[in-house]
Design a protein around this ligand. Structure first.
Ligand code: TRP
Length: 460
């Protein structure tokens, strides 16, 4: 066990887990999902999901990892035995597929950073069609996402303390600063108020079944839950750390970045007279338009810095995604870390090619005959969302029926002397024993049904 590595400090773990959580999910996916699913209503449901379902799942995952000191597969196997290891494998597989398409989107962001800083992207007139053309060029796409994968591999091959912690310490503060800067700018624009209204004043009658499904999946995705990522990181956490408190800090950091991203995007959308429900291209279109309005030099500097910081945020997430299969192969198969890192990265990059080509390059890949899921990238992302929610559900069933809740409480009281008598213990007890397994179970079934057959008839 001694050579597995540990986070060097409490703050190191929190930064790494928050770095995993904060990524494209917060800045790219959260705003566009909020934009297509009712704005404030989406935010409202999202926050409820975080507090009632996600925080307990996060605490459970970290505790499992720290108790078992192993990767996702090894942890379930050690604490549960029998077939429980398969639950770990299910998560690892989900992580591999998430990384395959995540890396493609990271390549778009990396490309935008280059095009804004060193090219003349901001001289364009129609940023919507620019985006459409951009994601259809094989050369740059291939190059930028390959570049991204290589950066991820280089950092992960350095091991836990050196690579992952160091990357996070630079990125987080910078990201907050630039978000707040752009928010201040966007709030001064004409008609910004309409955007604030759309984002912060819920119209309860606009909440549909879709709002709830997407908000729940997004909450899992954004907090990196349900696939053993935090089990893996939890296995590098030392016994003197307070898991409940760390989980609270990580969740607040992640949720605040998503919240700020929305607060940045929607005033811009409304002041530019644009459409909030334009899907995955939303931030690429809206922000470039805003950077253009800032003037040639300022736009280039702010825009370049913004996309660079998104790349950092994405990088700390891809690192955590790659770490999951790598830890599994290193722990279980005793393979050398470097070999595993480079071969996994290669495989995952290849797995991402269909997603990369699904935006128009290969026409078949964006006309899939599946309800609501026109292209390969969306299909894989939907399947992964389902895996996360159902994986979270099974994890809570694992705790209540196999590992036993008393063991969870015991693990959580290590590094947290007051835990046993606290209200937090009751909150974790009831959510893990009843609320999460039941609600996440029901939601998994409904989300599957909705994504593939459509459930609009049910509610909205
Ligand atoms: N949470 C990250 C984001 O918001 C993505 C991510 C990293 C992730 N690790 C994960 C998602 C594990 C699900 C599971 O961008």
């Amino acid at each position: 066990m001694s050579n597995r590595g540990n986070f060097s400090s409490r703050i190191g773990f929190i930064l790494a887990a928050a770095g995993s959580a904060v990524g494209l999910g917060n800045i790219w996916r959260f705003p566009f999902l909020a934009g297509t699913n009712g704005g404030a209503g989406f935010l409202f449901i999202y926050l409820i999901c975080i507090a009632t379902l996600c925080v307990p799942v996060m605490i459970g995952e970290i505790a499992i990892g720290r108790r078992a000191l192993s990767d996702a597969y090894g942890s379930y196997n050690k604490l549960g035995g029998g077939k429980w290891g398969y639950l770990g494998l299910y998560g690892i597989l989900a992580g591999v597929f998430i990384l395959s398409y995540y890396n493609v989107v990271a390549g778009w962001a990396f490309g935008y950073f280059i095009e804004i800083s060193f090219g003349n992207l901001l001289n364009h007139q129609d940023f919507g069609s620019f985006f459409g053309e951009y994601v259809n060029q094989i050369g740059p796409l291939f190059l930028f996402s390959l570049g991204f994968m290589v950066m991820t591999a280089v950092i992960v091959s350095q091991g836990i303390a050196k690579g992952i912690e160091a990357a996070n310490k630079i990125m987080m503060p910078g990201l907050y600063l630039i978000l707040i800067g752009i928010i201040i700018y966007s709030l001064t624009l004409p008609n910004a108020g309409a955007g604030v209204n759309f984002y912060l004043v819920p119209q309860l009658n606009e909440i549909t079944s879709k709002t709830i499904f997407y908000a729940l999946c997004q909450a899992f995705f954004s907090l990196s839950l349900g696939m053993g990522c935090l089990i893996t990181y939890g296995s590098y956490v030392t016994k003197d750390q307070n898991i409940v408190k760390s989980a609270a800090i990580i969740s607040i950091a992640d949720t605040s970045v998503a919240f700020l991203a929305g607060l940045m995007v929607f005033p811009l959308v409304f002041s530019l007279g644009a459409e909030p429900g334009q899907g995955p291209k939303l931030i690429f279109v809206i922000l470039t338009q805003a950077f253009q309005q800032m003037g040639p030099l300022t736009g280039r500097i702010v825009g370049g810095a913004f996309f660079l910081l998104i790349c950092f945020a994405a990088l700390t997430s891809t690192i955590s995604l790659l770490e999951v299969p790598v830890a599994f192969l290193v722990d279980q198969k005793k393979l050398p870390r470097k070999v595993v890192v480079w071969s996994m990265s290669g495989i995952i990059f290849l797995l991402g090619l269909p997603s990369m080509f699904s935006q128009g390059i290969v026409p078949f890949l964006n006309k899939l005959p599946i309800h609501n899921t026109p292209d390969m990238l969306s299909l894989i992302s939907d399947l992964c969302d389902i895996a996360l929610v159902s994986g979270g559900c099974l994890m809570t069933i694992f705790i209540r029926n196999r590992w036993k809740i008393e063991n969870l409480h015991e693990e959580l009281s290590i590094g947290n002397p007051g835990y046993m008598g606290s209200w937090l213990k009751s909150y974790i007890h009831y959510t893990i024993m009843y609320i999460c397994p039941v609600l996440l179970g029901i939601m998994s079934v409904l989300v599957i049904t909705d994504k593939f057959f459509g459930l609009e008839w049910l509610w909205g």
